[in-house]
Design a protein around this ligand. Structure first.
Ligand SMILES: NC(=O)c1ccc[n+]([C@@H]2O[C@H](COP(=O)([O-])OP(=O)(O)OC[C@H]3O[C@@H](n4cnc5c(N)ncnc54)[C@H](O)[C@@H]3O)[C@@H](O)[C@H]2O)c1
Length: 381
C-alpha cells in the first residue's frame, strides 16, 4: 500500500518535471522568436517589472540590466528639470528602443493614471526609484518631497495592493541615519532623528510600506543606498561638482582637510544588489518579537537593507583618484570640519552578505576611472 502511494507520488513528480522543463523550453523558444535576448538566468521565467524613475541615474541602469536578462520593463518618469533633462533623455536613449521596454511619461502623483497603469499591466515586480532626491534642495523646495516621495509613494503602494504585486522594492537612503553617530550605520539601530525633510520622507516610506506588508501581506523591501556614483550619475552630486570645478580650474572646498571617510557605492554594485533582492520577495521574520522589536525585519513580509561599499574611503584619497583619472590637479581649499558634520559614515552590510551572499566590491580607483571616461565622452571634452 505504502509502496504504491510512493509510486503515484513519483509519477506525479515526473509529470510536473516534464511540464516544467517543456515550459522552460517554450519560454526560451519564444524569446528567440520575439527577438529578446536569452538571459544568463535561463532557468527563470521572465517577469514584467515596473521601474519608476527609469530615466534617472539608478533607474536607467537597472532597466538595462533587467532587459539584458530577458525581463519585460515598463518604465515611468516625469523627466522633471531638477537637473538637466537632456541627461535623462540621453540615459533613456540607451534602452528606449529595446523591444521589451515601454516608456511612459507620468507623474507618480497622477492618482488615476497610476491606478490604471497598475490595473492594465499587472506587474509581478515593482522597483520604485522615482523620488525627489537631494538633501540640500529639500530646504529650498520641501513640497516637492511631499508630493513625489509621500503622495506618489502612496499611489505605488495602492497599485501593488490592489493588483497583487509579488514584491515591491523601493529606494530609501543612508540619510535616514540623521543624527546617529554609531558606526557603522546598522539597519538594526533606530533612525528616529532625521535632519532633513528628504530623510524624513524616506523614513516615512519605510513606515508606510510596513503597514501595507502588515495589513495586506504585500512583500516590500526598502534599500538604504549609500552615495551612488559612476557613469551617467547626477550632476547635483559631489563627484560631478568636483569634476566640473577641477576641469574649469576652479577652487574646490575640502572640509576637515579631506579626512572624512565615506562609503561611495558604484552603480553596477547597486544594480546587482537591487536585482538579487527583487528576485526574493521579502519574507516575514518568524523570530520577530514585539517585546524586543528589531527595526529591520517584522512578523510581516517587510525588510530593510543597507547597500553601501562597507569600505569607507577618505575624501582626500577620492579626490586624488579623481585628479589621476582626469589627469588634472585640483585647486584645493583645505577647511576645518564644519559644525554638525560627521567625520565618518559607512554601512553595515552584514545582512546583505549573509542573506544574499553579496557585497559591493568595485574599488574607488576603478570606479572613478570609469566615471571620468564617461564624463569626458558625454561632455565631448
Ligand atoms: N544616487 C544616490 O546616491 C542615492 C542615494 C540614496 C538614495 N537614492 C535614492 O535612489 C533613487 C534614485 O536616485 P537617482 O540618483 O537615480 O536619482 P535621479 O534623480 O537621477 O532619478 C529619479 C528619477 O525620478 C524621476 N521623478 C522624480 N519625481 C518624479 C515624479 N513625481 N513622477 C515621476 N518621475 C519622477 C526624475 O525625473 C528622475 O529621472 C531615489 O529615490 C533617491 O532618493 C539615491
Amino acid at each position: 500500500m505504502q509502496k504504491s502511494a510512493r509510486g503515484v507520488a513519483r509519477a506525479v513528480e515526473d509529470v510536473f518535471h516534464k511540464v516544467y522543463h517543456n515550459l522552460k523550453k517554450l519560454v526560451r523558444a519564444f524569446r528567440v522568436v520575439s527577438g529578446s535576448k536569452t538571459d544568463r538566468w535561463s532557468n527563470r521565467l521572465s517577469k514584467k517589472i515596473l521601474v519608476t524613475g527609469s530615466a534617472g541615474f539608478i533607474g536607467s541602469a537597472l532597466s538595462i540590466r533587467l532587459l539584458e536578462r530577458g525581463d519585460q520593463v515598463i518604465g515611468i518618469d516625469n523627466h522633471n528639470d531638477y537637473y538637466d533633462p537632456a541627461l535623462k533623455e540621453a540615459r533613456l536613449a540607451r534602452h528606449a528602443d529595446h523591444p521589451n521596454y515601454t516608456h511612459i511619461r507620468m507623474n507618480l502623483e497622477d492618482r488615476e493614471g497610476m491606478a490604471n497603469l497598475f490595473k492594465e499591466q499587472q506587474f509581478q515586480g515593482v522597483v520604485n526609484l522615482a523620488a525627489q532626491a537631494g538633501v540640500r534642495y529639500s530646504l529650498e523646495n520641501p513640497l516637492a518631497y511631499i508630493d513625489t516621495n509621500l503622495v506618489g509613494f502612496g499611489h505605488i503602494l495602492e497599485g501593488c495592493r490592489h493588483n497583487k504585486v509579488e514584491h515591491m522594492v523601493y529606494a530609501s537612503s543612508s540619510s535616514v541615519y540623521g543624527s546617529n553617530t554609531k558606526m557603522p550605520f546598522s539597519v538594526h539601530d533606530n533612525v528616529n532623528h532625521p535632519v532633513s525633510l528628504y530623510a524624513a520622507t524616506k523614513k516615512a516610506n519605510e513606515l508606510m510600506a510596513h503597514t501595507y506588508s502588515h495589513l495586506y501581506n504585500l512583500p516590500t523591501t526598502g534599500l538604504r543606498f549609500f552615495t551612488v556614483y559612476g557613469p551617467w550619475d547626477r550632476p547635483d552630486m559631489a563627484l560631478q561638482k568636483f569634476t566640473r570645478a577641477i576641469l574649469a580650474g576652479e577652487k574646490i572646498q575640502v572640509f576637515n582637510c579631506g579626512k572624512h571617510r565615506r562609503d561611495f557605492t558604484y552603480i553596477d554594485d547597486i544594480v546587482e544588489g537591487v536585482i538579487r533582492i527583487l528576485d526574493r520577495p521579502a519574507p516575514p521574520n518568524p523570530e520577530w518579537s514585539g517585546e524586543n522589536p528589531d527595526s529591520a525585519t517584522s512578523k510581516a513580509p517587510w525588510r530593510i537593507y543597507n547597500i553601501g561599499n562597507n569600505n569607507p574611503v577618505e575624501l582626500m584619497d577620492y579626490i586624488e583618484a579623481l585628479e589621476e583619472a582626469l589627469e588634472t590637479k585640483a585647486n584645493k581649499e583645505l577647511l576645518p570640519l564644519q559644525p554638525g558634520d560627521v567625520p565618518d559614515t559607512y554601512a553595515d552590510v552584514d545582512d546583505l552578505v549573509r542573506e544574499f551572499n553579496y557585497k559591493p566590491s568595485m574599488s574607488a580607483n576603478e570606479g572613478i576611472q570609469n566615471f571620468a571616461k564617461w564624463y569626458r565622452k558625454y561632455h565631448q571634452l
